[in-house]
Structures are given as C-alpha cells and as structure tokens.
Ligand binder design. Sequence first.
Ligand code: BGC
Length: 775
Amino acid sequence: MKSSIPVLVAAAALAACQPVASDPDSAVAATLPTAPAEQVAIWSPRVAGLLAEMTLEEKLGQLNQVAGGRSRNLNSRLTPDELDRVRRGEIGSYLHVAGAAPLGALQQVAVEESRLGIPLLFAMDVVHGYRTIFPVPIAMASSWDTDDLVTASRIAADEASAAGLHWTFAPMIDIARDPRWGRIVEGGGSDPYLGARLAVAQVTGFQGDDLTAGNTIMATAKHFGAYGAPIGGRDYGTADLSERSLHEIYLPPFHAASAAGSGSMMTAFNDIAGVPSTANEHLIDDVLRARWGFDGMIVSDWNAVAELINHGVAETRVQAAALALRAGVDMDMTSAVFANDLAAAIEAEPALMADLDRAVGHVLTAKERLGLFDTPMAYHDADREAAMLTETARAEARRIAARSIVLLQNRDGALPLGAGTGRVAVIGALAEDASTQLGSWRARGTPDTGISLLDGLRDEAPAGVDIRYASGADPRSDDLSGLPEAVAEAMAADHVILVVGEDYDLSGEARSRSDLFMPASQRALASAVLDTGRPVTVVLVSGRPLAIPDIAERADAVLASWMLGVEAGPALADIIYGRVSPAGRLPVSFPRTTGQAPFTYSEYPGGRPADPDLSNDSNRFHDLPITPLYSFGHGLSYAAFEYGELQLDRTAVAPGETARLTLAVTNTGDRAGDEVVQLYMRDPVASVARPRLELRGFARVALEAGETRSVTFALEPAQFAIFQSPGVWRIEAGDIELSVGASSADLRQSARLTITGDGVSDRPATAIATGVEVE
Ligand code: BGC
C-alpha cells in the first residue's frame, strides 16, 4: 500500500502522546504494550515448592531427556540400573519409548520411589499417526483443510496416549521452499499463512481442550526458528536469512503455534547466520518468550546441546551447557550435557542458577499441565492400547488420504476410470510397496497394516476393470530387467496406471537430494511406458515436489499422491475410479528442473520483474520458462467451478476495523466436488517492496453439481502489516489488491481495499487467521 505520510512521520505521529523517542522504531514500539525485559515466570505453588526443595542434582535430572531405545514393544533399557537412575531422580524424560505396561511400571518407580515423586515425561515423534498412519504431513497439507489435520492429530494423540506417551515432537512447522531439503516431507510446505493455519490445527488436535485428559498429548512446535531454510537444501545447514524473511516467512507458524498454546517447542539443529538456534538468546528469550509470551517448555533437538561445540561457539561441554541454558533451552535431548556438565558451568558462573531454576520450572510446569502429578497413571491404559487401528480410525485415514491427493493434470478427462474401462495395467514396484506409503516417522505403524496402491486398485475396481500388474523397476535399484514385461503389459492395456517416484527412504531427515528428478530406474520406466502411446495416468509417489517435465508433457493424467498412509490403496482407488472428486492443492510449487529451486510464487518483483520475452533482460533464467511446472495452490477437479464477482462490504478500512469480502462459487460441472477458494493479497506500493502475491485466506468448499455457495473472508489491516522489528508490525495506509482464484497462477477476480490510516500490530501478519464463512 502506498503510505500517504512517509513512514518516519507516521511513526512520530503515532508516538505523539508517548515519551519523546528519537529512534522511529522505538517510537512505534512505544504504542504497543512493552514486552518485559526479562521473563519473570510465576510458578504454581506445587512447582515453586518443589523448586525450593530440590537439590542441584535433582534439578539437573529434570532437564535430562534420555533415549529409551527404539525397540518395538518395550523400553529396551528398563534394566535395574535404569530403574535406579529414575529412583535417584537423574532423568526427567524418556524419548523413543512406548507401551502402557512398561512405561507404567517406570512411572510407578518415579512417583513412588524417587525422593520427591516427580513423574517422568514419555515422548516420541508421533508425527502423522501412531499406529494408524495418516498421509505424510506434506500430503495432509495438500488437503487445505485444517479440520483434516485436527482429526488426524486427534486420533494420533488418542492412540499414542494409550501407549503411555505424554508428548509428541510434532508438528513440524518449518516453512520449506527448497524441495532438495529432505524434510520438506514432514511439514506444511512453502507458505507462512497456510503453514500457520496447519500448525494451529495440529496443536489443537494433539492437545485437545484439556491437556490433563488421558487421551491428549503435549505438542512440540519444531524446529524453531528457520530449520527449513538451509543453504542448498542440505539438512542441518546454515540458514542465512534477513531479519525480514525470518519474521515474515519462517517464524509466523511458530507464533501461531505459541498463541494456540503449544506446550513445547524444539530448537533447530542449524544456525541462522552463525548463531545456532540452540544458543540463540535473542530468538528464544526476546522473541519467543518476551514478545510472544510463550510460557511452555523448550527442548533441544537430538544431541544439539553438545553439537554447539561442532558449531564452533563452545569449546567445551561446560561452555555448551552454559550457552544453551542461558539462551533458554529447558531440556537437553540426549546429549547429557546438562546432566553432566551444567554443574561445573554453574560453579564457574553462579548467576546461571537462576536460569537453571527457570528451566526446571518449565519442565515441572509441563508435567503439571499434563496432569501427571495428580494422575500419573492416566496414560497407561492397556485396554485402550489394545484397541488401536480401529475401523473408525482407518476410515478417517482413507478419507483424509483421498482428500490429500492432487490431480495435477487430466487431459481430455482421462480420469476417472469408470466401469468397463477394460484391462488396466498397474506398473511400477512402488505400487506394491505398502511400507513406502507410511513415509518417514511412522511411530508404531507397520507395513503389514497398510494397503498398497496395487491392492487398493485391485480390491476396489469397478465392474469391467481388469487389473494387471508388472513391477517394471524399483526406485531402490538400477535393475531394468523388468522393463520388457512392463512394456508388454502396457501395450496390452486399455489404460496404464504408472506408479513412479521415490521410496520413503529418499525423503526425511538427512535425506536431502541434489537432484529433483526421479531416480534413474523410474525415469527409464516412465519413458518406456510413455513410449507405448497407450493412455497413461501417472501416480507420482514422493516426499517432495519432483521435476517431471517429460511426464507433464506426455502423460494423460498425473496425480501427486505423496505417501498416503495405511489406507493408501483404497484412497487412491476412490480418486481413480471417481468415487471422490480430487480436491488436493499443492502447498508448494513443483519446479521444472533442479536449478529452479528454491522457488516461491511469493517473490519480490524486483526492478526488472520476470518477463517471458527472452529478449528483455529480466529476473529469470535464460533457458527456462519463468513459471514452475505446477504452481502453489494448483490442483484440478472432476467438477468445474466458476467464481462470481468480489463484493466488499466497504472499500476503505482503518486499523482495527474489519472488511468483509464475499463471492459466489458455482460448481458448473456435472458431478459433486470441492473447490479450494484461495485469497491472495498484493501491496502494490509500500515503503519496502512486498512480494508479488501472498496467500491470506482459503476455504475448501463442497459443492454439488450446479450448486452455488457464498464464501466470505473477514480481513483486518493487521493482516497486511509489514515486519519492522520483533513485536512491531507496521500497517501502512494505502491500497491493497485482493485476488481470489483457484491457485496462485489462476486468479479469477480482484478488488481493491484502501487502508485509511497507519497503525501498528504486535503479531506477524500471516499468523492472524482470516475469518471464513461459507453459506
Ligand atoms: C529430529 C527431530 C526429532 C528428534 C527426536 C531429531 O533427529 O531432528 O525432529 O524430534 O530427532 O527423534
């Protein structure tokens, strides 16, 4: 928006009745509630009482999280020695443990036999399901439906809590714009607004409205703050970011998770411009705690406190202990630096004692909020544990999986395949790989509980569809000896379903790839099958956007199916056979080639904005179209939708007021389907350049054939605000362009809204939820 008064004057005007401040930032900040210089934690009487009674060793014990081993049924280290450690109060929490009975026994020792009876916290990465595995997070993000995320997280919490778990290391809410980064599979994609909404949904699902209930678990928003932006997409690498990018892109989901009451946060492994997040006092203390008011527990990532030495900011474990504690880390995941080396740090620097008490206070408060002091055995319910993976849970997994599939292209209505399609060749080893469908972080999910794509397509085939199968080639191998058989099957088929991509082990932690094309064997298989000239639907299996230019050019239909969980096969069948109209939308763009990454639809225009005309020098590659292969927000349907004109209930709005934008959406197709209505903003002139487009709202709307519904978005000027400094977001007077459409590359209608005055907000613009009503 164009500021009618220059920013500095605006700032001074706003501060008119405030104490004189020469610095414009502090003048603006003075209009907002000031953050306390230092967080003064107020403990409950129980926590304060314990703090007063605890020895130094007992305090250090509470900060110590140890791994219980990854054995399937038991805490593998439940040895007599281990129980003694619990009795002595040397352990505050276990991770990677499970089992109502063994954990119950361990808890009993803690509460009955340790001096102060402080309960243990049991944790695991319950990311997209515990026993009932849902689609991987990037897939569920593609449903663009926060209710789906609430449901999946709720079921995951229900199952995990029955097995004795109190705490999950999820949601992973790192914004990721570089598909080379393997952990893009674990998050909600590339956009801070969508990411913030998905973060809140998952926190809500895991924690419910009563954290003390025996079937809710504490969430962990991770990895604070810019783990998803490593240079080159290499996991664990430096994020070298501007303050603006950090606050406008990477932090808003964390702000939203904090505001939604996430019980804990995890610091990231990596550093931001040389400051490791595990020792980032500014980010943790000033931003997260003081500005945002986060009062939950902060846990380091695995061994990350010790790794401060590798980062080169500590020479010894004692220094590492002091750095992490002072920065605000409360619990040390597995490095035992706090347990073994913090005492020496405190001896050298007694002022750290106050930091230690604060950290212990946070850990005890987390236990108290979970109800563990009053009902420590609430989470050890063998009956509930025996009843996991219920029909209801599976039905939800199937429903959500079908809603997560994205129809990328569909030439001449190639899909759905109706009754009587005839002989259908399913080709590709990934089709029978139920394990890959579970993706990374599968908690206690097992492949034998999953239904492969092939089985689903076979079992659910309508009359007159005869499924044949050839494995062709496996992504894990270069063996192409299966190609001739695959080609023969394809030649003989009326339609080919070609299942290609990555297996589960090619994405996830430490699984970054330098190449965004499919593995060689998959490319060879795709090319051989496409060469047959038969009608081909490609089902792309992956944990990241892949570069598939040949497939895009030659296949009739393409589905991004990601990895769909235990009900993968039936869900795919629902889409392919047309029982459900696809409505997934991409939460991240698909690049044309590796060199296009990182990519965002939301870039700054620059002085020479990208121009498709190659004879003009502009911000683009000389050898590549300026657009991605498939844009953020893209996804097709079997139905068709029309957008009515935008109606604003006012054309001008002042800070603090709300404007309502209404439009009609009509299903003009001949079958039911969901449309994901997307609202974008553009601020054409402002005191700093703004991205050419930014998501600010969305609604997944179910429409019968011929039905029209009206969608209303409620917007306030704070949602267009510009980052100024942590805690200060500047609202500038001027115009905002609002566009609504079916993707970031398919805007259908637009309107202008004028912000009538300057103002300030204390929240990231994208962390504010846009009100949506669908009638
Ligand atoms: C990952 C975290 C995870 C932790 C515990 C680390 O390697 O980065 O996301 O929560 O392990 O499993």
